[in-house]
Design a protein around this ligand. Structure first.
Ligand code: UDP
Length: 233
């Protein structure tokens, strides 16, 4: 039995024989609103592992270094071990979620150009929004590296937005996490899935992501499978 290194809300991380690689098993567990809403989404682990693998391969093909080595089981990805930054980057093309509440934008309003926001990864502080100066003060990311993370996030946004547009989906916003490998290279990690992105059907505006779970909109499983089919199709 491989050693479990960490269990998060959506994934379990296991050691492998290679100290530079870890195995990530995606769970069906779903949480929202700072962990206060908890349930399971049937088949989510498999859908998210497959969606994430597909999107990481797409990004690799477009010159973005990602954590992915290969999919080793329906719900499991073999990945490079990274030392993760304690900062999450959110890219927004349209207003939705927290920015609507925080700044009063109307949901669905298109931003003049994509916005990049930074959030501190700290459950005890409820993952607050932070500025570049906070990041510098707290020594979370070196200044030149932060510029690189921002540029990478915007490139990822361009690649994913084009990809999803071709599949009839509007990429509204998404969250990215980066880390460094043992040689100090900056690598995209974690996952890209309906748990971490907002996807709206381009024709109908129907939400095809975790908002269906957050706001009890129904047909949650179907939304994840719809994204899987459009990504793989
Ligand atoms: N997001 C995420 N993990 C988080 C917070 C946000 O994956 O801990 C994703 C979320 O699914 C959405 C985007 O980042 O696609 C922007 O989220 P927002 O700040 O609007 O927060 P929310 O209101 O969704 O919690």
């Amino acid at each position: 039995m491989p050693e479990k290194l960490y269990e998060g809300k959506a994934k379990k991380i296991f050691a492998t024989d290679d100290p530079n690689l870890v195995s990530q098993q995606f769970k069906d567990d779903a949480t929202a609103f700072d962990g206060t809403k908890k349930s399971q989404i049937v088949h989510k682990g498999v859908s998210n592992a497959r969606i994430s693998a597909c999107l990481f391969r797409l990004l690799e093909d477009n010159g973005i270094a990602t954590q992915l080595i290969e999919q080793t089981a329906e719900d499991t990805l073999l990945t490079r071990k990274l030392d993760m930054y304690r900062v999450e980057l959110v890219v927004r093309n349209y207003a939705a979620g927290s920015i609507v509440k925080r700044l009063g934008f109307e949901e669905g309003q298109k931003f003049k150009k994509p916005l990049v926001e930074y959030f501190l990864k700290d459950d005890s502080l409820h993952d607050p929004l932070i500025t570049c100066m906070h990041i510098e003060e707290m020594g979370l990311v070196a200044k030149d590296e932060l510029q690189e993370l921002k540029a990478l996030a915007l490139r990822v946004n361009q690649i994913l937005s084009d990809f999803f547009a071709g599949r009839g989906i509007t990429l509204v916003d998404f969250k990215l996490e980066f880390g460094k490998d043992s040689e100090g290279n900056i690598i995209l990690g974690d996952e890209i899935s309906p748990d971490t992105c907002r996807f709206w059907d381009a024709e109908t505006g129907r939400k095809l992501d975790k908002d269906r779970f957050r706001f009890d909109l129904g047909d949650v499983e179907q939304a994840y499978e719809e994204i899987l089919n459009r990504v793989e199709g």
